[in-house]
Design a protein around this ligand. Structure first.
Ligand code: FAD
Ligand code: EPU
Length: 301
C-alpha cells in the first residue's frame, strides 16, 4: 500500500492523526491503512472481523475530534480511492476519497453542476455522503443516485438513494466503508453556475472562520431554522477559550484551533459551551462532530 504522497508506510503507528484532521488535533491510530481498491477494503475488513479488531473510516477528517492519545484498532484512510468516471446522462461515479472540490471542478468541465451544497468546506465524497453534508444550499444526498460500499464482514453492497436514508447530517452509511458514490447531476450554464457558487463561497467566507483550523460546526442545530451558532452567540460565548481551543469570534458554532490546541482543550470547551447554553437558554445541544477516543470502541450505530 502507498501513501497519498507516494511513499510506503513504515511504522504508521507513529503517525499522529492531527495531520489528517482539519482541526489539527489527535494522536496516532494503532494502524493507519490506505486502501487503493475495493478489494483492499474487503481484505482489511475481513482481517478485522477475524481478529475482532475495531476499525473506523477517515476521509478528509473535517468533522472529527480525535483523542490526544490516539485511537485503538485500524483507521481506514480513503485518500487513495479517488477515481472519477463519467457514465453519461449526467451520472458521475466518484471514489470515496476524492476531494469534493475535485468532483466539483471535473463535473463543471463536463458542463455538470448541482453541487452547490458542497461549496466552501473540505470533504471527501464518502464523508460528504455519510454525513449528508450541506446546509442552506442543499444536501449531498439529493444528488446521490447510488453508493457502493463494503459492509463490516467484507461484503460489497450497492445501495440506492432510498436505502442510504439521508437525513439532517446523517445517513445509513455509518457501519460500512463507502468506496464509490454515483451522482446524478444537472447540466448547467457554466458561467452562471460559477457566479452562483462564487456567491455562496463569499457568503460562507463572511460568516465562517474558513481560514482557521476547525471541524466546522461542533453542534447540530436544535431544529430547522434554529442556529446553534446564533444561540451560542446570544449566550455571549464567542471568544471563550480553553488552552488553544476558542469559540470563533465569527460564528458561535465553530471551535477554532488558535495554535497548539489539544483534544482535551476542545472537549473542555465543548462541555463548557453545552453547560452554559443549557443553563442560560435551557437548550440541550447535540454534537455534530464525531469524537474518536482511544477507549471508545465504535459501535457503527
Ligand atoms: P471525516 O471527517 O473524515 O469523517 C466524518 C464521518 O464520516 C466519520 O464518521 C467517518 O467515519 C465517516 N466517513 C468518512 N468517509 C467515509 C467513507 N468513505 N465511508 C463511510 N464513512 C465515512 N459540513 C456540512 O454539512 N455543511 C457545512 O457547511 C460544513 N462546513 C464546514 C466548514 C469547515 C471549515 C469545516 C472544517 C467543516 C465543515 N463541515 C460542514 C463539516 C465536514 O466538512 C463535513 O461533515 C464533511 O462531509 C466531512 O467529510 P470528511 O471526508 O472530512 O469526513
Ligand atoms: N448567527 C448569529 N451568530 C453566530 C452564527 C450565526 O447571529 O455566531 C445567525 C446568522 O447571522 C444567521 C443565522 O444565525 O442569521 C444562521 O446562521 P448561518 O447561516 O451561519 O447558519 P447556521 O444554521 O448557523 C448551518 C450549518 C452550517 C452551514 C450553514 C450555511 C448546522 C449545524 N450548521 O449553520 O454547516 O454551513 O448553515 O448553510 O447545520 C457544519 O455543519 O459544519 C456547518 C458549518
Amino acid at each position: 500500500m502507498i501513501l497519498p504522497n507516494g511513499s510506503r508506510p513504515s511504522n504508521e503507528r507513529s503517525s499522529p492523526l492531527d495531520r489528517h484532521t482539519t482541526l489539527r488535533v489527535g494522536g496516532p491510530a494503532d494502524e493507519l491503512v490506505f486502501p487503493e481498491t475495493v478489494e483492499h477494503v474487503q481484505d482489511i475488513l475481513q482481517r478485522a472481523a477475524v481478529t475482532a479488531t475495531p476499525w473506523r473510516v477517515l476521509g478528509r477528517g473535517s468533522n472529527l475530534v480525535v483523542a490526544d492519545e490516539g485511537v485503538r484498532g485500524i483507521v481506514i484512510h480513503t485518500g487513495l480511492l479517488r477515481h472519477i468516471r463519467f457514465l453519461g446522462d449526467g451520472r458521475v461515479a466518484a471514489g470515496a476519497g476524492l476531494h469534493t472540490s475535485v468532483l466539483f471542478n471535473e463535473a463543471l468541465k463536463a458542463g455538470l453542476g448541482g453541487l452547490e451544497a458542497l461549496v466552501g468546506y473540505p470533504a471527501s465524497v464518502g464523508g460528504a455522503a455519510r454525513m449528508n453534508a450541506g446546509g442552506a444550499w442543499g444536501e449531498t444526498g439529493a444528488r446521490v443516485e447510488s453508493v457502493v460500499a463494503v459492509a463490516a464482514g467484507g461484503e460489497v453492497v450497492e445501495l440506492d438513494a432510498e436505502q442510504c436514508r439521508f437525513a439532517y447530517r446523517g445517513s445509513a452509511l455509518g457501519g460500512m466503508v463507502v468506496a464509490e458514490v454515483v451522482f446524478r447531476l444537472p447540466e448547467v450554464v457554466p458561467h452562471e453556475y460559477r457566479e452562483r457558487t462564487h456567491a455562496i463561497y463569499r457568503a460562507k467566507k463572511g460568516a465562517q472562520p474558513l481560514g482557521m483550523p476547525s471541524a466546522g460546526c461542533m453542534f447540530k442545530n436544535p431544529r430547522r431554522g434554529m442556529s446553534a451558532g446564533r444561540i451560542i452567540d446570544e449566550c455571549g460565548l464567542k471568544g471563550v477559550a480553553r488552552g488553544g481551543a476558542m469559540v470563533s469570534q465569527l460564528h458561535g458554532n465553530f471551535v477554532v484551533n488558535r495554535g497548539g490546541a489539544t483534544c482535551d482543550d476542545v472537549l473542555r470547551l465543548v462541555d463548557h459551551v453545552r453547560w452554559q447554553v443549557q443553563r442560560i437558554q435551557g437548550i440541550s445541544l447535540e454534537l455534530e462532530v464525531e469524537v474518536w477516543g482511544r477507549d471508545h470502541v465504535p459501535t457503527h450505530a
